[in-house]
Design a protein around this ligand. Structure first.
Ligand SMILES: C[S@@+](CC[C@H](N)C(=O)[O-])C[C@H]1O[C@@H](n2cnc3c(N)ncnc32)[C@H](O)[C@@H]1O
Length: 310
């Protein structure tokens, strides 16, 4: 499928989320207040260039609540009631949940061959039989289920237990992940035989539902990557996938998120990052495994590694 065709499919499937009513835009001052608020609850940093995007999302939220405008909505966000419900709705609205199965296939092939299989062998040699993997911004589940599909086809995985956890700040995405229903856009990279074996198809051919045996390999939970206490409750992992999410953070929130991931990974575990995520200025936390550069893989930086100055 061409990129153009994939983009068209995606637009059609997401039509509802991205169509907005008549637009009002935020003044710079109000934009900055919202930007600070969103940053404080999620670590996501919006720049003024995103004014149009943010305005339309916020407008939708205050109209749904029957409020009069941006300022009234901002006041509402600071009430205890909003914390219970509205934060989630705001996050559902402003997060970009773009994802699909077998995203960056070359990276996943190297992950399987150079990291997963060797780690399975290592754990077996140590007399251990469990490997834990974390998709830390799992969106609608495509990345976490891709891990499950990769494991299922591996002869080396037999006799081992795998626990895969998918987490995301977006409640709506987590619910979709639990439902495990996908349309053409999300499944377009899945090999045909794997698709036939692991999914059932709706009568009209549009909806592909993942079978229960694969679904049962993955558990999804809401989790904010900025929330150290919440992350500690997830336990320790052999692998953390953190792809296409650090790009939404600024340097300070990236530092916090990477420290949280560092603490969640076992001493000999790995971080698998997205190809557009540059961790160079955080090399005091994660050391790039340059010899596996295509995998965008990192291990924990040795204790005492100096913080980079740029
Ligand atoms: C573009 S998707 C990436 C999905 C998947 N990792 C992939 O690469 O295909 C980014 C996801 O990050 C999530 N996200 C953004 N900020 C987050 C935060 N502070 N904590 C957890 N998830 C967050 C969004 O909700 C969204 O689902």
């Amino acid at each position: 499928m061409s990129l153009l065709e994939a983009a068209r499919l995606r637009r059609e499937e997401l039509g509802q989320k991205f169509s907005a009513p008549e637009k009002k835009s935020l003044s710079t001052d109000t934009f900055n207040k919202f930007s600070e608020f969103i940053y404080s609850i999620s670590g996501i940093r919006f720049q003024i260039a995103k004014n149009y995007f943010l305005s339309s999302k916020l407008q939708k939220r205050y109209e749904d609540l029957g409020l009069k405008g941006f300022e009234e909505y901002l006041q509402y966000l600071h009430t205890p009631t909003a914390k219970q419900n509205e934060y989630h709705k705001l996050m559902d609205e402003i997060t970009i949940n773009e994802t699909f199965f077998f995203r960056n296939e070359p990276q996943l092939a190297i992950f399987e061959k150079e990291f997963l299989i060797p780690l399975i062998r290592k754990r077996k040699a140590e007399g251990k039989n469990k490997i834990r993997l974390w998709s830390c911004a799992s969106s609608t589940g495509d990345e976490a289920y891709t891990m499950a599909l990769q494991i299922l086809r591996l002869p080396e995985a037999r006799g081992m237990q795998f626990e895969i956890i998918g987490t995301d700040i977006c409640r709506d995405a987590i619910q979709k992940a639990q439902k495990a229903e996908y349309r053409k856009y999300g499944i377009r990279n899945i090999p045909v035989d794997m698709l036939a074996q692991n999914f059932t198809v709706s009568n009209d051919g549009h909806v592909h539902t993942l079978k229960q045996d694969v679904r049962s390999m993955v558990k999804f939970q809401e989790c904010n990557l900025m929330d150290s206490d919440r992350i500690r409750m997830l336990g320790r992992f052999d692998f953390a996938f953190c792809r296409n999410v650090l790009i939404y953070f600024d340097d300070a929130s990236k530092e916090q998120v990477l420290r949280n991931i560092y603490n969640a990974i076992l001493e000999d575990g790995f971080l698998i990052a997205g190809h557009s995520e540059n961790l160079y200025s955080h090399r005091h936390i994660f050391k790039s495994l340059k010899e596996h550069s295509q995998a965008h893989a990192y291990c924990k930086a040795p204790p005492g590694t100096e913080k980079s100055r740029f």
